[in-house]
Write a protein that binds this ligand. Structure first.
Ligand SMILES: CC(C)(COP(=O)(O)OP(=O)(O)OC[C@H]1O[C@@H](n2cnc3c(N)ncnc32)[C@H](O)[C@@H]1OP(=O)(O)O)[C@@H](O)C(=O)NCCC(=O)NCCS
Length: 201
């Protein structure tokens, strides 16, 4: 099967929701209302088969100047273990690099998968007190999870907080071109092909 990774479109939202809902019920992922997916659609990419059916999704949510989160990374259960998650994650890390962001957080049960891509288990706070105070003002549940706030402890139970830290030097050279053409919605290109392969790093 030929799988492409492309920028998500508003018309993908219901398929993304179908993919995420069962995982949200099992508290593996944080679910969203449909309206929140539409509002955040530019953060998302999707993996599609040859019929443009969505079989995977993932998002990069910017939290601060040099900090973002990989969230809502999911692959249809029937398609797991074939490298689709890898391609989406590499593309999301490429997006971060293109934005000049060198620290990427994730909260996950899939520790081995993320570790293979250079993520390490996070210890303590990853931000200084001033940034922490600003992040506290965010209404975003994912940011609250990053801060490990008591009100989201029920979401984070059993999850591992992990962080990817890319060397600052060389970020721009590594950044893939996922700009105007894919964001314009042509969707024709495989965004992951130009992304750095952190698995072999
Ligand atoms: C995490 C997740 C997105 C990974 O997706 P995936 O498509 O199965 O990922 P991959 O196929 O790239 O890698 C999975 C494993 O299959 C193996 N694999 C990759 N390509 C393969 C191939 N062609 N043949 C056989 N095995 C392969 C990899 O070695 C990998 O092992 P690892 O997990 O120990 O690193 C998926 O398991 C998922 O949807 N989980 C539920 C949601 C979740 O927990 N998301 C993370 C938090 S946001």
């Amino acid at each position: 099967m030929s799988v492409r990774i492309r920028a998500a479109r508003p018309s993908d939202v219901r398929a993304i929701d179908r993919l995420v809902q069962p995982l949200a019920h099992r508290q593996i992922l944080l679910g969203k209302d449909l309206v929140a997916y539409y509002e955040a659609i530019q953060e998302f990419l999707v993996a599609v088969d040859e019929n443009d059916t969505v079989i995977g999704c993932g998002a990069l949510h910017v939290m601060w100047e040099d900090l973002a989160e990989v969230r809502t990374l999911a692959v249809d259960e029937s398609q797991r273990g074939t490298g689709i998650g890898h391609r989406m994650l590499v593309t999301l890390l490429g997006r971060a690099a293109q934005l000049g962001i060198h620290r990427v957080f994730c909260l996950t049960f899939e520790v081995d998968f993320f570790a293979r891509h250079g993520f390490t288990v996070m210890e303590g706070d990853a931000v200084d007190p001033e940034v922490y105070a600003q992040l506290l003002r965010s209404p975003d549940e994912g940011v609250a999870e990053f801060l490990d706030l008591a009100r989201v402890k029920q979401n984070t139970l059993g999850n591992t907080r992990m962080i990817f830290e890319a060397p600052i030097a060389g970020l721009s050279e590594e950044a893939p071109d996922i700009g105007p053409s894919s964001l314009a919605g042509s969707g024709a290109q495989d965004l992951s092909s130009a992304a750095p392969d952190h698995r072999n790093a």
